[in-house]
Design a protein around this ligand. Sequence first.
Ligand code: 0A1
Ligand code: ZN
Length: 850
Amino acid sequence: MKDAAPQTIYLKDYKPFGWIVKDVSLRFVLHPTETRVFSTITFSPNPDPAAERRFFLHGEHLKLKSAKIDGNPVSVDITPEGLTCDVPGCDFTWEAEVEIAPAENTALEGLYMSNGMYCTQCEAEGFRKITYYPDRPDVMSTFTVRIEGDEPVKLSNGNPAGQGDGWAEWHDPWPKPAYLFALVAGDLVNHPDRFTTKSGKDVELNIWVRPGDEGKCAFGMDALKASMKWDEDVYGREYDLDIFNIVAVDDFNMGAMENKGLNIFNSSCVLASPETSTDANFERIEAIIAHEYFHNWTGNRITCRDWFQLCLKEGLTVYRDSQFTSDLRSAPVKRISDVIDLRGRQFPEDQGPLSHPVRPESFQEINNFYTATVYEKGAEVIGMLNRLVGDDAYAKALDLYFDRHDGDAATIEDWLKVFEDTTGRDLTQFKRWYSQSGTPRLKVAEDWADGTYTLTFTQDTPPTPGQPDKAPQVIPIAVGLLNPNGDEVLPTTVLEMTEATQSFTFDGLASRPVASILREFSAPVVLERDQSPQERAFLLAHDTDPFCRWDASRELARASILAMIRDGAAPDTAWLDGLERVVFDDTLDPSFRELMLAVPTQSELAQNLFEMGETPDPDAIHRAVETLRQAMAERWADRLPRLAKDTWVTASYAPNADQSGKRALGAAVLSLTTRLDGGAAAQAQYDAADNMTLQLSALGNLIRAGKGDLAVKSFYNQWKEDRLVMDKWFGLQVGAAEPDQAVEVARALTRHPDFDWKNPNRFRAVFGALAMHHAGFHRADGAGYALLADWLITLDDKNPQTTARMCSAFQTWKRYDAGRQAHARAALKRIMAKPGLSRDTSEMVSRILE
Ligand code: 0A1
Ligand code: ZN
């Protein structure tokens, strides 16, 4: 069935719903193609004079069998979006019976089937595909759910309320919006555990998986218990039901979902074992389990008034999960990794056609706004707030937020008000971080005279779609000063910039200092600093702030690569000297050293060139990076074997920070060594590997060395039964291909019998890897664009949400030369011209094309 015609929804039009939902009772009679959903909902008129008076229930793709009010059949007007009918002016009970077909639901929104198992995804607007309901987050209610079916395991939100032959009942006492509803039924096995909360409440914990996956749950369970404890210790938040269930499903559009008491996870984000998961997988799983668990307070107990407020729960929850990872692992490494991610994903979004504010003001399809801007920039905004008010005030403001808004569907205004009330600050200007899109550019000029050092900053945010002019924002700039010996003469100090141009002076200095600016990346801005290579090298050697130290090296790397591209310069040996001292310093954390070894991504370099008014040539960028890596390998040839030895972990495998840091540095060393030995060390590592981290890095290097054929086959034979490992196999072959081969490799993989394109993980494995392969995707003849467009056109019929998300691969198309632009435009237009294109994809493509 075709989606409803696109309509733009505006934040300014918000009105409360005209009725309060007092209670919801649902009965599901499960069947793959004829599931019956019986709903009984009690409504009471909303006394709020601002509320809208039309009784409208959302409902899409539903077969209505019967509708009654207070026991009497009613006649209803049905549209593709829902229904209206006449209702009494007092409290009443609505009863409906609808039929749905979960087995035919390939969009994976609402109730669907994955490998024979029933499961749901209701955020953002999926509940309306289950039954008629006011499907908006400000309508909250208690739910009682009865599930009838032969499936041995039947789960829903809240606490168990009884079960018998062929049925199970659940009751959720916490009022919640429909987007947090969940149901799971199937042949599942559990990995059980228990947790005692700080007030002594005993909670049953389960991770539910398909039989055969039981051995991959222990790590996730430990992460869950660690999250529960951390939220008590750090935020004072306790769990509030008798049971907490997590379910792993193979077909899922996103990472995971925080449904009340019944989190549903993409199996790739919960299942883990040393043999099948990499260290990076383990760390990600730990963070996602924490993220979903933390939503229990930031998202569920306090939810969002409307979808424009999405960052209220997502920005805060990302901020909380990054604090958790920093506490459990290394804070500087987490910060640097987050900045890499922000610059790699959010900056291109904020600086391109998809740019939107952290709190958008309009949308056609809300699913298109689960973005790096809402999530990651949303978290950065909270980090700035924390830095500006300090840790004590932040903690007090959060306590007030939980006290004041528990049970509410809140707004960004409510959120900022608790900070204003706690600190007495006026946050009017700060609020621009929520309403202005685009990445501010922060220029800095320095002056030194008569013992006074002055830093003058100028901020400017370029125009973004719908926002030609920007006002100055509040920018916390963390600064430290070093004297020429490398000693810190001013420890980290936060300068609060509020003007378009503003100066800050530092007196009483014996000599001209070297400033370390934007420590810990204290604001999501682009710092434009005209700094000599000598000064950067000085910061690389002496800065006490690990982020600035890393960034100094990154800037030197960038300058060196750009000079190589522009005038065929040789790699900058002064920078390599400085880098060498860090990389081979075994008193430093191996993860930090590994981050130092990585150079800017090719996409980032393309963006740099574009911003400098030049047209990036993906092949030239690729060649320069290759030349640089080769120079590093040759330069350090004598020292690499020793580093490989030092980073080799002899203890039995554990995915902790210590071991994974060593393996990450070891993998970076292997990639350099492979350039010298033609793959001998990689083959040895492949043959000996007893964990996926080592096996996969060895395989990647063998492929890059042109020696991968046998290993690719043996890896397939070893792991062909494991879907998650096979996703890695698909993705790696594309990612490790030569630029002129990536498209062909991807195309060949789409013909592989295991290319199940309807599974979002498998689709993303191939096409996510292609989109990330900068020189491969942006091939001059447009073959990368054409192949992706073909497949997006195919997928859109089945799964609009994943199709629309993957369209963002095209968001940087205007950076490139006229030939590439013409190919990209043609590909986008071809997608746009597809008859019956979904609302999701049509919104994305038209924004990208604009
Ligand atoms: N709220 C989840 C992410 C999520 C969002 C949308 C989904 O379907 C459209 C699914 C999951 C989270 O932040 O983890
Ligand atoms: Zn979230």
